[in-house]
Design a protein around this ligand. Structure first.
Ligand SMILES: [Zn+2]
Length: 408
């Protein structure tokens, strides 16, 4: 039997095992920063699957290892989830981990404990096949992604010095092969007015009216943004997500305003460019000089379940790799060997941990994951068991097919 036939057979044999492991992970509720229980569940599942090594990093992510090769490939799943939202919109208990109708149901089923379950099965398959190729295969089950995507990987690379040669994100892709997504950042704009008594507005300068003009300038900036040259990622966007205005009283002209912006960054756009655009558009609209306007990237910090505090600026750089890249080609070859057809190559709409591995650190990455992006953060979330099986096979196959494509 060829290696791909053995992998397909084992993934099929372990179909229920993968579904049950996903169910166990859903039962262990894991909001961002509170992932200890699910991390302990995953650590013991990796141990039972025969991984060569399993440990917690300083932030609390679970790191599993199979193999000892000179090159490093990391399969990544974040294992925190967003909250449930309005429980009345769920038709079932989001933490029961029900398995029925060919699906596993619950919060995190698609985003993205399904990828994590397929990874454990892939590690088990690689161990049973006696994998001894050129890769050390890491399976990373990472924390705090939902609050600050990529921070767990910034920590792994910069603090723990785990620097892979290749990364595979297992966020949901509906079984398409992804090779990029837009980056993003958050921007805070502060404007000043001059307060005066509400009975005499002509004596003051209203920060509220400045904020209104600034908001319309941001709308214009959004219209003016352009797509990347090959239109793979599409155009960047900017949105005013909050406005706050303050003054000495409700009977006064306000003297302070804050606008909060969500900026999505296409290829070729970075933080410096995005902030200089905001400064220019707002300055023109409100009639202040650029020096009078404060435009900053806020800083995020949080304490994880291991009581370690870590943080970063709210900046998540864009990434993409060409279709001709050997990692993309290794993924295509692996998929074809297993399923006798070409995968669809695409991109995510949302953002993933690849903002750190690939946007920040330029490590080649692809995405391939079970389930659909539209299930993420939605009520009645679920994942297809068919997808779990296919992903388990794909993750086990990739170290072989990538080694082939590297040696060509
Ligand atoms: Zn996710």
């Amino acid at each position: 039997m060829t290696i791909q036939e053995q992998i397909r057979q084992k993934a099929q044999e372990y179909r229920d095992y993968t579904a049950v492991n996903l169910s166990k992970m859903i039962k262990a509720k894991s909001y961002s920063g509170k992932e200890e229980e699910v991390c302990r569940v995953i650590s013991s599942l990796c141990g039972e699957a025969g991984f060569d090594e399993v440990y917690f990093d300083g932030l609390g992510s679970v790191i599993g290892r199979v193999g000892n090769g000179p090159k490093k490939i990391a399969f990544d799943a974040h294992i925190d989830t967003v909250e449930v939202g309005d429980p009345g919109q769920w038709n079932f208990d989001p933490f029961a981990g029900e398995i029925r109708e060919g699906r596993v149901w619950g919060r995190g089923a698609a985003d993205q404990k399904g990828g994590a379950a397929s990874m454990i099965t892939a590690g088990r398959i690689l161990k049973e096949l006696g994998y001894d190729g050129i890769f050390t295969v890491y399976f990373t089950f990472t924390v705090m992604e939902e609050d600050c995507d990529g921070m767990c990987w910034k920590y792994l690379i910069e603090e723990e010095k785990l620097v892979p040669d290749y990364v595979v994100s297992t966020e949901p892709t509906s079984l398409r092969l992804h090779r990029g997504h837009r980056g993003r950042m958050e921007i805070e704009v502060r404007l000043k007015g001059i307060s005066s008594h509400g009975s005499a507005p002509e004596r003051g300068v209203s920060a509220a009216y400045k904020a209104a003009r600034a908001a319309l300038a941001i709308e214009k900036l959004n219209d003016d943004l352009k797509p990347d040259s090959d239109n793979f990622l599409g155009k960047g966007t900017v949105v005013v997500s909050q406005i706050q205005v303050q003054g000495p009283s409700q009977c006064a002209v306000p003297d302070q305003a804050m606008l909060y912006l969500d900026r999505r960054l296409t290829w070729g756009e970075d933080a410096d460019l995005a902030m200089s655009q905001v400064k220019k558009y707002v300055a023109e609209a409100v009639g202040d000089s650029e020096d009078e306007i404060s435009v900053v990237m806020p800083f995020y910090a949080k304490t994880g379940w291991k009581n370690k505090e870590y943080g970063q600026e709210l900046y998540f750089p864009t990434w993409k790799f060409p279709e001709s890249h050997k990692l993309v080609q290794g993924g295509v070859a692996g998929y074809k060997a297993l399923f006798q057809k070409d995968p669809v190559i695409d991109k995510w709409t949302f953002s993933t941990n690849c903002v750190a591995t690939s946007g920040r650190h330029n490590i080649p990455a692809i995405g391939f994951g079970p389930g659909d992006e539209h299930e993420a953060h939605a009520p009645n979330e679920s994942n297809r068991i068919d997808d779990l099986e296919i992903c388990a096979a794909f993750y086990a196959m990739l170290p072989y097919s990538l080694q082939n494509s590297m040696q060509q």
